[in-house]
Design a protein around this ligand. Structure first.
Ligand code: F0G
Length: 491
């Protein structure tokens, strides 16, 4: 196997009128000539053919090599690192692809699969990009790594910086990050700076800080983050036995993830690993949807203007705090990915997000609010005829259910409210209905106080109980009459 040599990859400006190229070890985040975003261009001529690569990646699933146990480094032929790169890994990736029959019915689909990126080591998809970004930080000899974050990037960076023995500083919007994410960053030893502003303010400040070369910025503007995240496309398609789904649906915030999926799918297609591209569908929350607005303007524009501009949302609002972003950095890359794959960008309401989230929970899977935009968006697209009920659809869940427990408890207790206090809506109008709520029931500590209706349903009268569990059940719920009935039937 010939690894991709570091000499054969480079950084390139994505602006068509510029396209400037830079070495991999130049510490850049945007093009110094035109300010355009940078991406990694891998030289893939030296790679084996598609069949050999598929076989190699399959064989690595049984390997105990540290790199093969990572769902990112297992696909290292796609990455711009040499064989001896000093990788920083927590065995990220390797996330399950679940069937979700209940969510499928809710959306009006025959079947739906959920790729659960919340099963990464720090509970979000960020780990798949952080392993490559922090590895690059090591290669560059950086001493401090920094990011702006709505919480998950922070938690992930703090963990990987700890593994690498690097200092880590994180800028988060004060009061807008869930406790779980904050707790992770603190425990992993990151220096957490809470700013009086939103994520976009944090992003602006961190970009200024990163002008100092000893500081390495690892937000998704960093093209090495995107390289790691793009391998999720390979893992997903491998789990589908290289049968390409019709639609892959992702939440959109800063749009690094959308950009990464687009790049991953395109590279696998160009290598002949797959024979077509899935449609990349990006879903935003209605109150933080500058990308969906841009897409709608573009569709309405009869002049066919191919160079639209994103108009930032000044005060983004959503309870899905992970994607509460008004000026997404990677929108140009994401737009290219959506366009190339024939996908769309849409937005969904807070109520739709909350209900979709509860339904994902009922499949025994669960996710954080931002991730649930996907299922809410799919339901809408099926309704609107964009997705046919028989098509193969995969939704990408980006964060773990426990990332935002407060939201969940409030939904199930009917006390979840949107934050748009500036508007003249009353508190009641801002309430998210607990459509599928499942509130806890408070009872006195006596058997008599346990209301019959709240007990789990008993065995159907004519079913034979599982002998191993019958002792437990007898003690818990059965009356003498019911025990007699079952014994009599079994005789
Ligand atoms: N889902 C979750 C759970 C996220 O944490 C994020 C982004 C997204 C979706 C959106 O992904 O930004 O690549 O479009 N969280 C970032 C953070 C901004 O700081 O943790 P994106």
């Amino acid at each position: 196997m010939t690894p991709v040599s570091i000499d054969l990859a480079l950084q390139r400006c994505i602006e068509p009128d510029c396209g400037a190229r830079f070495g991999l070890n130049e510490q850049l985040y945007v093009c110094p000539h035109c300010g355009g975003l940078l991406e990694i261009e891998n030289e893939t001529n030296a790679l084996p053919d598609a069949e050999a690569l598929r076989r190699l990646w399959q064989s690595r699933l049984a390997s105990s090599d540290e790199r093969d146990r990572s769902g990112v480094w297992r696909y290292r032929e796609l990455l711009p690192f040499s064989e001896d790169a000093p990788i920083v890994s927590l065995a990220e990736g390797n996330t399950p692809l679940y069937d979700a029959p209940r969510a499928a019915r809710y959306c009006g689909l025959n079947a739906l699969q959920l790729k659960h990126q919340g099963c990464n080591p720090t509970g979000s998809f960020k780990d798949t990009g952080m392993t490559t970004a922090v590895t690059q930080a090591r290669i560059l000899g950086a001493r401090t790594v920094v990011c702006a974050s709505t919480g998950n990037t922070a938690a992930s960076l703090a963990a990987y910086a700890a593994r690498a023995g690097l200092k880590c500083a994180i800028l988060v919007p004060r009061g807008q990050v869930s406790h779980a994410k904050l707790a992770q960053s603190l425990d992993y030893g990151g220096v957490v700076l809470e700013i009086d502003g939103n994520f976009d303010d944090a992003m602006r400040i961190i970009r200024e800080l990163a002008e100092d070369e000893s500081i390495y910025l690892v937000n998704s503007i960093n093209p090495f983050r995107i390289e790691g995240q793009k391998t999720v496309a390979a893992e997903l398609l491998q789990q589908c036995a290289w049968q390409v789904p019709d639609h892959v649906v992702v939440p959109g915030g800063n749009l690094g993830n959308s950009a990464a999926f687009g790049k991953g799918f395109k590279e696998l297609f160009e290598l002949g690993i797959v024979d077509r591209l899935p449609r990349l569908q990006v879903i935003q929350a209605e109150g933080a949807a500058p990308f969906a607005q841009l897409f709608a303007r573009r569709e309405q524009d009869s002049t066919g203007d191919s160079s639209p501009t994103l108009i930032p949302v000044k005060h983004p609002q959503t309870l899905a705090t992970a994607i509460k972003i008004g000026a997404p950095v990677s929108w140009k890359k994401a737009l290219r990915a959506v366009t190339q794959t024939g996908g769309r960008v849409s937005s969904v309401s807070e109520q739709e997000i909350a209900d979709a989230k509860a339904i994902i929970g009922r499949d025994g899977i669960g996710c954080e609010p931002a991730s649930a935009t996907t299922v809410a968006g799919i339901k809408r697209m099926v309704n609107d005829g964009v997705i046919d009920r028989a098509e193969k659809v995969v939704a990408v869940l980006t964060g773990h259910l426990l990332k935002d427990a407060d939201y969940i408890i409030k939904y199930h207790q009917d006390s979840l409210y949107t934050h748009d206090r500036a508007s003249n809506r009353s508190k009641e109008e801002r309430r998210i209905a607990g459509t599928f709520s499942n509130p806890p029931v408070r009872v006195k500590a006596t058997r008599a106080a346990i209301p019959e209706a709240t007990l789990p349903s008993r065995f159907p009268r004519h079913a034979t109980p599982n002998p191993s569990s019958s002792a437990l059940c007898i003690g818990a719920y059965w009356s003498a009459f019911e025990i007699f009935q079952v014994l009599w039937q079994g005789a």
